[in-house]
Ligand binder design. Structure first.
Ligand code: TRP
Length: 438
């Protein structure tokens, strides 16, 4: 096949930022608090952190490594490493399919951010607005398929234009500015939240685990959230890894990505729940949680509409750097395997995701279905395949080489056994448990 030469990241830090840009997004700030609220708070967080340590960290290294050693998209990677007709490539196909499941509903939520952004400019949000007004503004927006489709379309146009400009100029540049700014606002909000009357109840919800609240479904949700938040299990990290050079090392870079991602999710929780309890809201209210709590907090502050504006701009950037990694998986597959030019692939598949997303704006059940289908099933199954492949099929020398010369060389065996045995067994146990087999 006549391959187009592959571009590479400008530097190791370029890769870390892009991978962190993919990981940090709506998953941390929108999804983590809402799933935590639905699954009982602190005990869910304990299970989530266990999943990050035992599944997220080892598997992200495995996935990036597959990309680096194969220099291919998810399907091509398995074909190259396991043979053209091997069944492993199904895992790659499932990843490309998962991108078509995730990007549409992800863009709907990013569209809500855009919508809120417009509402802060046009004066729909006014200083002093209380919870009731905000809930009604949010409900009106989500009840209008037309409004949502416009914002969703705008968001996808932005995503497509960045993916069009390719690896370095497009993917790398954006991440470098927004991450520090987002962190700054988040820290400010944590401090604000702590000073609210009744904030302790929120902290209690986060910090005093009650094991009796744990159900099989919430363990599954914690595992799903772990993969969703780290962009694992569908080849996004694999694709980003494929833009690394053979001399690059992935094991040490991956640690930082996991650290930042988990830190930001926890910060979001620390912001949202003190506000929820202080305003007497229901923590388990679902996907709207962040969109009603944060504006309510902003609008109580002096200059609040501006803070709200800044926050939604940053959240939108965070969502963009994640969405481009989803579209990049689809694009890389069609460039590598079908020789379709980057521009055509990005535009065409961006449009298909738009159509699927419009479907979600008409039917909330459909939105929920795509959300849970991807996180709780497609991603864990993809991650299971990746970890089995690296643990049992990939030449051990290749993975060992990646650890040599880094400060992590002593951890190679620990990582290897995690990927080979512990992670696959855990994923399967969580599935069986959720199916009610114990
Ligand atoms: N991780 C991103 C977030 O937390 C979402 C995301 C981007 C993603 N790429 C992905 C999720 C690939 C799963 C797979 O917002």
């Amino acid at each position: 096949m006549n391959r187009i030469a592959r571009s590479h990241w400008g530097s190791r830090i370029g890769f870390i930022l892009a991978a962190a840009g993919s990981a940090v997004g709506l998953g941390n700030i929108w999804r983590f608090p809402y799933i935590t609220g639905e699954n009982g708070g602190s005990i869910f967080i304990v299970v989530y952190l266990l999943c990050i340590a035992l599944l997220g960290l080892p598997i992200i290294i495995a996935e990036v490594m597959l990309g680096k050693v194969s220099q291919r998209n998810p399907v091509g990677a398995f074909q190259k490493l396991a043979g053209k007709h091997s069944l492993w490539q199904l895992a790659g196909f499932m990843g490309v399919l998962a991108a078509f499941v995730i990007l549409p509903f992800y863009s709907v939520v990013a569209g809500w951010c855009l919508g809120f952004l417009c509402k802060t400019i046009t004066g729909v949000f006014e200083p002093g607005h209380g919870m009731h007004e905000i809930i009604s503004i949010f409900s009106k927006m989500t009840a209008s398929p037309l409004q949502q489709s416009i914002f969703l379309g705008l968001f996808l146009i932005m995503t497509v234009s960045i993916v069009l400009s390719g690896v370095r100029k497009g993917l790398q540049r954006w991440t470098e500015i927004m991450m520090p700014a987002l962190l700054l606002i988040l820290f400010g909000l944590v401090i604000y939240g702590m000073t609210l009357p009744g904030a302790q109840k929120g902290l209690q919800f986060l910090l005093s685990p009650e094991p009796t609240k744990l159900t099989a479904q919430s363990v599954l949700a914690a595992m799903g959230q772990c993969f969703f938040s780290l962009s694992l299990g569908m080849g996004a990290m694999l694709t980003y890894g494929s833009y690394l050079q053979a001399k690059d090392r992935v094991s040490n870079s991956s640690f930082w990505v996991v650290f930042m991602d988990t830190g930001i999710a926890l910060l979001a929780g620390l912001i949202v729940f003190p506000i929820v309890f202080s305003f007497g809201l229901e923590p388990a209210q679902g996907p709207g949680l962040v969109f009603v709590t944060l504006p309510a907090a902003f609008l109580q502050m002096p200059g609040g509409t501006w803070i709200a504006f800044a926050f939604f701009v940053l959240l939108l950037f965070a969502a963009l750097t994640s969405a481009i990694s989803l579209l990049e998986v689809i694009t890389a597959y069609f460039i590598d395997e079908h020789n379709i030019p980057r521009s055509l692939a990005a535009i065409m598949f961006g449009f298909i995701c738009f159509i699927i997303g419009v479907g979600c704006t008409y039917n909330g059940g459909y939105f929920d279905f795509l959300d849970k289908l991807s996180s709780n099933y497609l991603l864990p199954i993809g991650a299971l395949c990746i970890s089995l492949f690296v643990g049992w099929k990939l030449d051990k020398k290749l993975s060992k080489d990646d650890f040599t010369g880094t400060g992590y060389v002593k951890l190679f065996s620990l990582w290897f056994w995690c990927v080979r045995v512990i992670a696959p067994v855990l994923v399967i146990l969580v599935f069986l448990n959720a199916l009610g087999l114990f």
